[in-house]
Ligand binder design. Structure first.
Ligand SMILES: CC(C)(COP(=O)(O)OP(=O)(O)OC[C@H]1O[C@@H](n2cnc3c(N)ncnc32)[C@H](O)[C@@H]1O)[C@@H](O)C(=O)NCCC(=O)NCCS
Ligand SMILES: Nc1ncnc2c1ncn2[C@@H]1O[C@H](COP(=O)(O)OP(=O)(O)OP(=O)(O)O)[C@@H](O)[C@H]1O
Length: 205
């Protein structure tokens, strides 16, 4: 079976990747989402969760044995070495699982949603790059509201990601998410038409 046409979707924390990928899913498109995969690879019983417990101690899991994500978020984004350690542990596992999910996808094209698409060179796995973009102030406000994290933690996550400019330079298309949520469906529908055409051209080659 030939490889599907892959749309790499990226954007900084709180930019609106999930809001956009939900709309592609409504068009019947399969989504491979790095944040979802990042949760799968640390489920109870996985070697990655055991390695995290060995490194950070038992306090990094909840009473029911699942990863305490807010605690780990605070640890890694307050400490560069811990972040590098976690990235080195999880990124190969996340990448391998995403590759498998891309291979089994059946929709005419696949949306490959990855926060660190540019940073980790995963744009090489995509046929085209779509960036969801909003101002840094808006990112900060939305991410703080959604996660209940303090502003400093969100700022340190943003500082560890590519800049808005670096991302835009890699984009073939940009979705503007500075406005209301209602501005997203028309942009996604128009891109859906274009990607359907591009995927048909790819499979004809
Ligand atoms: C530290 C963890 C446990 C915090 O979990 P939490 O549920 O609070 O956040 P969630 O996973 O939903 O991530 C929210 C956002 O944070 C940003 N983010 C997450 N991890 C990273 C990272 N290593 N570097 C930069 N930004 C990151 C992304 O924008 C992501 O969309 C979690 O983010 C994690 O396991 N990170 C390491 C894996 C990773 O790099 N994931 C990013 C996709 S490859
Ligand atoms: N245009 C918008 N207007 C108002 N709120 C929005 C808008 N777009 C997204 N949001 C909200 O902002 C928050 C961040 O959006 P979303 O979760 O889609 O971003 P994300 O890029 O997937 O973030 P992350 O990288 O942290 O996973 C969510 O609570 C979402 O409902």
């Amino acid at each position: 079976m030939s490889k599907p046409f892959v749309v790499g979707l990226t954007g900084g924390i709180g930019s609106g990747k999930s809001a956009v990928s939900d709309l592609f899913a409504q068009q019947g498109i399969d989504i491979v989402d790095a944040d979802v995969v990042a949760r799968q690879v640390v489920e109870p019983g996985t070697p990655a969760l055991q390695a995290i417990i060995d490194h950070f101690g038992e306090a990094i899991v909840t009473d029911s044995g699942t990863l305490n994500r807010p605690a780990l978020r605070k640890r890694v984004f307050d400490n560069d070495l811990d972040k590098q350690w976690l990235n080195a542990l999880l990124h190969p596992a996340i990448r391998a699982e995403m590759q498998t999910q891309l291979e089994v996808a059946t929709s005419p094209y696949v949306v490959f949603s990855v926060p660190l698409l540019i940073e980790n060179g995963l744009d090489s796995m995509a046929d085209t790059v779509l960036v969801v973009d909003c101002s840094e102030e808006t990112q900060l406000a939305r991410a703080t509201r959604r996660d209940g994290s303090n502003i400093e933690t969100i700022k340190s996550i943003m500082a560890s990601q590519a800049s808005r400019q670096q991302r835009l330079e890699k984009a073939q298309y940009v979705i503007d998410n500075n406005g209301e949520l209602s501005a997203l469906p028309p942009q996604v529908k128009s891109l859906h038409q274009q990607y359907m055409q591009q995927s048909a051209q790819k499979s004809a080659r």
